[in-house]
Design a protein around this ligand. Structure first.
Ligand code: AMP
Ligand code: MG
Length: 531
């Protein structure tokens, strides 16, 4: 099938056609009881221009790269609808920071429908920042360039790191200004607007079910569950009480795998509200997320969360479980025996532990060997890293580089370790950190039991430990340049993040420890929810 332009694609609309939705099409903010979505069209923008395009995703969807301006970009900005589209905003609710928030819904995201990929799978295309919907509450339905660059880059970066995630197809500037108060201090200022076209099999969230259950809309709840199973979990068979239970177990399993990835790449979502949890176990809604630089379980990039640190790095496994329990509550009306949903929570805990262990073993170049001592070794790593404020990404990448030296006969281990820590630690430690040195000694001993050659072990480790992640200050530099009209840093960063396990010697700077100036600069290390 030759690639085609977006305006030539026939969209399919199963969500709209199979679920109850509100047809009215007006955008005034309101409660929408009784419906799973509202039909609503994007609000046109002044001067759409393509800033970034995800070539590989587009190829997979059979789409040609659009010109910088023109019909296809007008679609990506919401200025043109084609006849096969039935755009909608989904209705959902959620717990925000632990409190039930009632109806939230797509306040600025509008789905255009779904398109087939080359392999026959179906992908929904959603415009984030496309204008007001019935769910906009008091906000404007728009998104700023800075948050859109962050969502575009991070969703793609996560994909190339192998983390389950929604994708991003395009980043378009709107030519309109959007007022935002970045620091929530009463100083709102105009910023350039943008729209990301994001892509996923579906954007259904935990909160989609929660809202229907909270309003006792059991028919809609069952219809949405059946829809999700039919379209996204067909391997489970025709929906039934028993299938709902297995489905919830599968959601729990996928959520655990996603969180295991976050914990082993150092990703902090930042706002794990239940409306930001995908029913497919995908990382969704890139807002004030961040990447760990000094390893610190207490760290959160989200300034709104500085008080309770509910969504700090080390809390993520517990919060995901809390969110799954909230989803279970919502599914109770669908099963005769609520207790039947309980085993899924054990599946979550077991899968999380097993996945984290498996991912860490690969990162450490170890093949499954002696389960109990190996488990003890991987489980001790986080505490060891937290002691001397080590950069996990650099630590693991440098460890991969040093493996042959570590395995060489007669090697001076202490020298190897101090070279490693000199490269990976942030603060010049007052003395060598004994906890981490002890862990490294245990590791080196275990490494020597591996049968593979040092070169083969190293190769495996280099494929498991990325050199490049989307450090906050790098994203910020790309944003500031883009705001000033220079897209080169964004393009360079995007290119490198597509092959994060490769060396790219010409871009060494993008793999460096966060510089001191960035550690306290607002927006280079921490962010508000303003987007
Ligand atoms: P978030 O915390 O970004 O997941 O957003 C929570 C809710 O607020 C969701 O229902 C969003 O659609 C909505 N929202 C966030 N920003 C805007 C905006 N600028 N305009 C309208 N709705 C918004
Ligand atoms: Mg959200």
């Amino acid at each position: 099938m030759p690639a085609v332009q977006l305006d030539e694609i026939t969209f399919e609309n199963p969500f709209v056609e199979e679920l109850r939705g509100e047809a009215s099409g007006t955008s005034g903010s309101r409660q929408v009881p009784g419906y799973c979505y509202s039909r609503v069209a994007p609000t046109p923008v002044r001067e759409p221009r393509l800033l970034a395009w995800s070539e590989e995703l587009a190829e997979y969807l059979g789409l040609e790269k659009p010109a910088e301006r023109g019909a296809a970009v007008a679609i990506l900005a919401g200025n043109i609808l084609t006849p096969s589209m039935k755009p909608f905003a989904a209705r959902y609710g959620g717990h925000q920071f632990g409190n039930w928030a009632g109806q939230l819904g797509d306040g600025r995201a509008i789905s255009l429908g779904q398109v087939p990929a080359l392999d026959g799978s179906r992908w929904e295309i959603q415009l984030k920042g496309a204008g007001p919907t019935p769910y906009s509450r008091r906000a404007d339905g728009r998104a700023v360039l800075r948050s859109s660059v962050r969502e575009f880059l991070c969703s793609e970066a996560m994909h190339y790191l192998g983390v389950p995630t929604t994708r991003a197809l395009s980043l378009v500037s709107t030519g309109d200004e959007v007022m935002r108060d970045i620091f929530y201090n009463g100083n709102a200022a105009p910023e350039p607007g943008a729209i990301v076209a994001r892509v996923a099999p579906t954007f259904i969230r935990f909160g989609s079910f929660q809202l229907l259950a909270a309003h006792a809309e059991v028919d809609n709840l069952r219809a949405l569950a059946d829809y999700t199973i039919r379209h996204h979990y067909p391997e489970l068979g025709a929906p039934s009480e028993e299938v709902y239970v297995r489905w919830f177990e599968e959601i729990a399993r996928r959520t655990a795998v996603m969180v295991a990835h976050w914990m082993t790449v150092g990703f902090v979502h930042g706002v794990m509200n239940t409306d930001n949890m995908s029913v497919l176990g995908l990382t969704i809604d890139y807002g004030p997320y961040g990447w760990l630089e000094p390893y610190d379980p207490e760290w959160t990039p989200n300034t709104t969360d500085f008080g309770s640190r509910r969504y700090a790095f080390g809390q993520q496994p517990r919060v995901a479980l809390w969110n799954l329990m909230a989803l279970a509550q919502a599914l109770v009306p669908l099963v005769a025996d609520a207790q039947a949903l309980r085993p899924a929570l054990t599946v979550y805990a077991d899968t999380l532990a097993a996945s984290q262990h498996e991912l860490l073993l690969a990162k450490l170049g170890l093949t499954p060997h002696n389960p109990a001592p190996d488990r003890a070794l991987t489980e001790a790593l986080p505490a060891a890293l937290a002691g001397p404020a080590v950069d996990m990404t650099i630590f693991l990448r440098q460890l991969s580089r040093l493996v042959p030296a570590l395995l060489a006969p007669g090697t001076n281990e202490a020298e190897v370790f101090s070279e490693l820590l000199a490269k990976a630690a942030y603060l010049p430690a007052p003395g060598p950190d004994q906890g981490l040195l002890d862990w490294l000694a245990r590791y080196a001993q275990r490494l020597r039991q591996e049968a593979g050659s040092p070169e083969a072990i190293q190769l495996g480790m280099l494929r498991a430990n990325p050199k490049y992640v989307l450090r906050n200050y790098l994203a910020q530099q790309a944003i500031e340049a883009a705001e000033a009209g220079d897209l080169t840093p964004l393009e360079t960063l995007f290119r490198v993040l597509k092959t994060p396990f490769d060396e790219h010697p010409e871009h060494e700077a993008l793999a460096a420890r966060r510089p001191d100036w960035a550690s306290n600069k607002p927006v280079s290390a921490t962010l508000s929810c303003s987007s």
